[in-house]
Design a protein around this ligand. Structure first.
Ligand code: DON
Length: 529
């Protein structure tokens, strides 16, 4: 079974499985099919993370996150008065991190692929030539972002046209780029013609990425973050994503409370989850960054003892104020290194992968010759300590910019075991809200006994320490409940986030059947056999 942001991508992945391919072959096909069918976030100009659990129980994680170019500097987004220059890290060529997606899929293929790369790519290239039908939601998205496409791109691009639902967009330039990758492997992107065109294009548009940056990029295998919650074992992404550590912290803080008895989205459950999120996001902003550049006290941060300490000042009588919460006090320093889709194959292998351009259509800069958008992942660094990025996240030294450093992420591709057996694969987009969306989905299934689809559908809320607000999906929470939370000292906001996350997941029901949850908040869809 494959569940992703577009039915075309899920079906291509499913067909690879049907041909006898494994979850890793299907991952490569799905990742690239999303680059064709879902240019909003699917990409070859971005990066991501993948967590896996093989049928034999072995686990691992792949980091194909973008990294800062060699010419990047700590203060590259600040003006002469030391102020962050608006839009410099979000729009156009200067915002681009060195893309990691193509290195990621080749790392996967090298280690676990069972079909030939050419065979895996064939249906993806065919889709790019044949074209993809525009959905209602896509029509709106393209229209919403056209002013920015015009602002960023010197020449007219494919997406400037007045595309309407049911039109077919064909992607011949992207098909040609994919053909070069199919023929020359990883070097078909990071070296030779593609690299030359790409580096030149980025520099012509004011960026600093060079052919050397592209040639040097490597995906990195990481040990996932693992922890227990009741009879579950959670396997999630390690730094440079904050996802696994924050998910572990939150779940450890929540575990002592009987939230199944409190009830789904009841005042008390919302309080416990909010307070856990508040404390974890405060730690995120201080401690987390690229583990190849900073020491992260990982074991301490995810321990039950530390979680208990962090929640000692919580009371059901009154909201904790974020202004009273800072990062936890940890003296020990350890130096141990440390659009979502889910796939489970017929052999029992599972993957969870989250991939991104960061913002919608990334930096909005589209390379017409190569046929793809480039990311604006540099905004995930902390341009200046204390100044929020586009997700309102605040960072510190641990996530400052340095050449070749990876920017901190919130992406949380996650696999769950129950009593030692595969149970779930889950993840979501949503910037800073990713971690809480994954958390609430797992809790919905485990604590509130929902099906996978119900767990995905259920209304979500989010707190990220600063600003000190519970963001809630609009028209989904009862006015009395919101009133009660306000009277306990919580600030709530239903306007800022029309949707929180677009979660896709697969739940293992038994040996023979899986249940998909595909988020109706997007065009997400599952395909299985
Ligand atoms: O890595 C991160 O945390 C962000 N770049 C993710 C961006 C994202 O989810 C955008 N989707 N809404």
């Amino acid at each position: 079974m494959v569940v992703s942001a577009r039915i075309e991508a899920s079906e291509i992945g499913r067909d690879i499985l049907k041909k006898g391919g494994n979850a890793f072959d299907a991952m490569i096909a799905t990742e690239l099919a999303l680059a064709v069918a879902y240019p909003y976030a699917g990409n070859i100009g971005g990066g991501g993370f993948m967590v896996y659990r093989k049928a034999n129980g072995t686990i691992g994680a792949l980091d194909y996150r973008e990294k800062a170019p060699l010419a990047a500097t700590k203060n590259m987004y600040l003006d002469e008065f030391n102020k962050v220059i608006p839009e410099k890290s979000t729009l156009g060529a200067f915002a681009i991190g060195v893309p990691g997606t193509i290195a990621g899929i080749f790392a996967v293929h090298e280690k676990f692929g069972s079909l030939s790369f050419k065979d895996i790519l064939k249906p993806v290239i065919a889709l790019a030539y044949k074209g993809v039908i525009v959905t209602q939601k896509q029509e709106k998205r393209i229209k919403d972002y056209q002013p920015l496409f015009l602002k960023v791109n010197k020449d007219s691009i494919l997406f400037d046209k007045p595309w309407k639902a049911n039109d077919t967009i064909k992607y011949p330039a992207l098909a040609k780029t994919l053909e070069r990758i199919s023929k020359h492997g990883k070097d078909g992107f990071y070296k030779g013609e593609t690299a030359k065109i790409l580096a030149q294009f980025i520099q012509d548009n004011g960026g600093i990425i060079t052919e050397e940056d592209l040639a040097k990029y490597q995906a990195i295998w990481r040990d996932p973050i693992t922890f227990n919650y009741d009879d579950l074992k959670i396997i999630s992404m390690a730094p440079p994503s904050s996802g696994g550590i924050c998910l572990a912290q939150m779940m450890k803080m929540i575990e002592p409370f009987p939230i199944d008895e409190f009830g789904h989205n009841s005042v008390k459950t919302i309080q416990v989850i909010t307070e856990a999120e508040r404390r974890s996001y405060a730690d995120r902003s201080y401690f987390l960054g690229d583990p190849d550049f900073v020491d992260i006290p990982k074991k301490h941060l995810i321990s039950s003892k530390y979680a208990k300490q962090r929640m000692e000042d919580f009371s059901f009588k009154r909201a904790t104020l974020s202004s009273d919460v800072s990062h936890g006090d940890i003296q020990i320093t350890e130096s141990d290194e440390t659009t979502h889709y889910s796939i489970i194959d017929q052999y029992g292998n599972a993957i969870a992968a989250t991939t991104t351009l960061n913002g919608a259509f990334g930096s909005k800069l589209y390379c017409s010759e190569l046929g793809f958008f480039l990311n604006n992942e540099m905004d995930d660094f902390s341009s200046k300590p204390g100044t929020p990025n586009m997700f309102g996240l605040i960072g510190a030294e641990a996530n400052s910019i340095a050449p070749e450093k990876r920017m901190l992420s919130s992406m949380t591709p996650t696999i769950v075991e129950k009593n030692g057996a595969l149970y779930m694969s889950v993840g979501t987009p949503g910037g800073s809200t990713i971690i809480t969306s994954v958390l609430q989905t797992i809790l919905n299934v485990h604590e509130h006994k929902m099906s996978m689809q119900e767990a995905v559908n259920a209304p979500r809320f989010h707190h990220q320490w600063l600003p000190d607000v519970i963001f809630m999906e609009p028209n989904a929470f009862d006015a009395n409940l919101i009133g009660e939370l306000e009277s306990l000292g919580y600030n709530t906001n239903e306007e800022r986030s029309p949707v929180i996350g677009k979660v896709d997941g697969i739940l293992v029901l038994n040996d023979k059947s899986y249940e998909a949850g595909a988020d109706h908040r997007g065009d997400d869809a599952a395909a299985g056999f």
